[in-house]
Ligand binder design. Sequence first.
Ligand code: HEC
Ligand code: HEC
Ligand code: HEC
Ligand code: HEC
Ligand code: HEC
Ligand code: HEC
Ligand code: HEC
Ligand code: HEC
Ligand code: HEC
Ligand code: HEC
Ligand code: HEC
Length: 489
Amino acid sequence: MIKLLAAIFGLVMFVTGLFAQRGPRTDQCLTCHEAISDRNAALYRSDVHYQRGVTCAGCHGGNASQEEMEHAMDPRAGYIGVPKGDAVTAACAKCHSNSEEMAKYRSSIPVQQAEEIASSIHGKSALSGRERLVQCTTCHGAHGILSAKNPASPVHPLKVTALCSKCHSGASYMRNYNPSLPVDQMEKYRTSEHGMRNAKGDAKVAECVSCHGSHEIRAAKDVKSLVYPTNIAQTCAKCHSNKDYMKGYRIPTDQFDKYASSVHGKSLLVKGDLAAPACNSCHGNHGAMPPGVSSISKVCGTCHVMNADLFAASPHKKAFDAKKLPECETCHGSHEIIAATDRLLGVSEGAVCRTCHTTEVSPKGYEVARTMRALIDSLDLGERQTAELVAEAEQKGMEISEAKFRFRDVRQARLQAKTLVHSFDEAKFAETVKRGMSVTEEVQREAQNAIEEYYFRRWGLGISTLIITVLAIALYFAIRRIEKHQSTG
Ligand code: HEC
Ligand code: HEC
Ligand code: HEC
Ligand code: HEC
Ligand code: HEC
Ligand code: HEC
Ligand code: HEC
Ligand code: HEC
Ligand code: HEC
Ligand code: HEC
Ligand code: HEC
């Protein structure tokens, strides 16, 4: 019996011991402040810090085991009163930037938040020239702080857009800091697939923080920003290339892989050419939607202006619209766009035209495609032959820089012809190709002349050397004869 009582006693002690360790029973600050109906104390009951055993003194300092107000809230016991300005973040950083301090509460969460805030755009911008624009409490609150995973937390994915736009949708607020910064992010976001799903309670779609980060937010022009052109593809790919994460959605997860191997992706990600499009160039920054059938050529056309203009005036414009076919994508694809070569043109294997035009179906298009290809092939051949002749002439040391300069017109014509494909107009195309051909003929003629002149000069040199040699020998004998004549005479 005594043993049983002792066991029960032991168990009770163990359990209360556990609670003593977890629940801050000795928090006299809380006890007294609840007694005086302090709202902060009431809020604190739901706070993650309360649950971890952090007392009011954790942030305010003081001695939480003293029942008397004067002793508890004594500056000599470290009481700091109500922190203001940057002192707020400093109070949080006391623990959150110190893994040893956090370990006292058996926590091993990251401890870089304050450091990241300090180097972020929000930390670098100062409020009225003194304190930081944001403190930890701006986003998390002060009493009643919840885990970021708690749906009631202001930083939860379903809530955070409202938090960010409290400042970012305020035109008059924003004017005080950065008058040129747009304030339409939330408005646009609401119209995107991400925004519409977020509003309906889908916490997995992108919100402000998934693209910009939370503590480390940087200006979009900052090369370290998650949305900087060379980083954005990775930022989108975090979700869009993750098969497990995207399970349950009916869209492919190959956009990044395809994009990275496309002419655009290689240009931006490998060569660092900022003129090439990133994911957001085509999808928009905040209105991320797949560009609709009618808007694709507009997206592509913002950079490829000539191609889009020619297409819009071509017979395909009406025909594609009627069939609801996307404009550029039908022939080039969207994410996997490869360098355009002549192989795409015509009716042979690998050409795009033959997918719709055959001798039976749309034969006119078939004929035009075949002719265009034949024309561009002949220009190509002409260009190659000319290049060989020019090289030969140069190798022989002939001066043909003028012809070489003109040769550039051929290349120009070929590039123009590739663009003119998009008029799908045989006459226009043929005209440009023929202009190129006539230049190749001229340059070929000049190179040929230079080569002939080279041979002519070689022959000339040979003959004149012969004549000079013969003359020299003749002169020699003539002198000998004169000398002989003199000695005998
Ligand atoms: C016995 C009651 C009592 C205890 C214990 C007590 N407080 Fe207070 N506290 C008060 C009262 C009453 C006020 C409001 C009067 C005042 O502002 O001086 C107050 C005010 C405060 C304020 C606001 C001060 C300001 O300048 O507005 C803070 C912060 C505070 N207490 C924190 C603490 C902390 C931290 C502890 C424990 C270390 C603690 N209190 C312990 C009664 C108490
Ligand atoms: C996680 C840190 C943290 C803890 C823990 C904390 N506070 Fe605070 N408290 C703050 C900060 C920061 C402020 C400054 C005001 C603000 O930023 O909202 C503040 C302000 C206050 C104020 C002044 C409010 C006002 O309206 O001027 C009182 C009173 C107060 N706290 C009481 C308490 C009491 C009581 C507890 C414990 C039940 C407590 N605090 C626990 C961070 C904390
Ligand atoms: C006395 C140390 C201490 C101070 C001071 C402190 N915290 Fe904490 N905080 C903790 C501990 C311990 C946890 C629990 C971490 C865990 O779950 O592993 C925590 C958790 C959090 C979390 C929840 C993290 C999550 O799981 O999503 C947030 C947010 C947070 N603190 C913000 C603040 C803010 C803001 C301040 C200042 C106003 C502050 N903390 C001050 C110790 C502290
Ligand atoms: C601009 C708003 C903002 C500010 C300011 C901010 N946080 Fe956060 N914090 C967030 C968001 C959003 C999350 C959740 C998303 C995430 O985990 O990145 C978060 C998550 C956290 C977490 C959970 C663990 C983690 O790091 O993911 C802790 C702890 C935390 N914040 C502490 C702080 C502290 C300490 C400060 C001040 C130095 C601070 N936060 C300032 C927005 C903010
Ligand atoms: C307290 C108001 C406030 C809150 C809350 C806030 N911001 Fe800001 N943010 C600003 C101000 C002001 C600037 C402009 C600073 C400057 O340019 O000096 C800014 C700048 C930015 C920038 C850089 C813009 C650029 O390219 O120059 C981004 C991105 C940003 N905030 C995103 C966010 C996100 C995401 C959130 C929510 C997690 C958020 N902000 C919460 C006030 C706020
Ligand atoms: C799907 C990713 C994504 C989401 C979600 C997102 N942004 Fe952006 N944000 C971007 C990109 C990309 C840029 C522009 C980068 C550039 O200019 O090159 C940008 C730019 C900004 C800027 C700079 C000014 C501007 O408009 O160009 C601010 C401020 C900003 N975002 C705030 C927000 C806020 C607030 C939210 C949430 C309502 C949000 N963003 C949601 C990707 C996103
Ligand atoms: C936090 C994860 C996440 C990030 C980051 C993210 N997305 Fe999304 N996105 C989703 C989810 C989930 C969907 C919903 C899938 C659906 O529509 O079926 C979605 C939908 C889309 C859609 C609509 C697809 C459709 O046809 O329904 C587009 C387009 C899109 N995202 C583009 C982007 C771009 C571009 C970026 C980067 C600037 C980006 N996303 C960043 C998770 C993300
Ligand atoms: C050159 C323009 C362009 C670029 C760059 C681009 N996209 Fe797209 N994206 C499109 C077009 C066009 C569609 C529509 C495809 C369709 O309707 O069949 C699309 C469709 C999508 C979809 C809807 C699902 C699907 O695959 O059809 C998602 C998600 C998406 N893109 C994400 C991305 C991501 C992530 C990146 C960057 C890694 C990116 N896109 C880069 C043009 C682009
Ligand atoms: C009917 C098929 C078709 C459509 C539709 C199409 N293209 Fe092309 N495109 C081609 C072919 C074929 C070539 C290759 C020509 C060559 O190299 O001989 C090409 C070449 C190109 C080139 C490289 C040549 C140059 O102009 O620099 C670009 C860029 C291009 N297309 C962009 C676009 C854009 C933008 C659109 C939409 C407005 C579009 N294309 C629509 C078939 C098409
Ligand atoms: C932000 C500007 C931009 C947008 C938007 C854009 N492109 Fe491009 N595109 C480029 C640049 C720059 C290159 C040249 C890349 C290189 O060769 O280094 C290129 C290359 C190409 C090529 C290969 C050209 C060649 O000479 O072989 C094709 C085809 C092409 N783009 C088609 C498209 C289509 C189709 C779209 C729309 C779905 C599109 N582009 C959207 C900038 C853009
Ligand atoms: C996606 C299908 C498709 C592809 C690919 C396509 N076309 Fe067409 N094309 C059409 C349709 C539909 C018409 C409308 C007239 C018709 O039905 O014959 C048309 C019309 C034409 C016409 C005008 C014919 C007339 O009757 O006046 C020409 C020329 C033409 N295409 C050339 C081309 C060339 C060259 C290519 C390859 C670079 C090509 N097309 C690729 C579908 C296509």
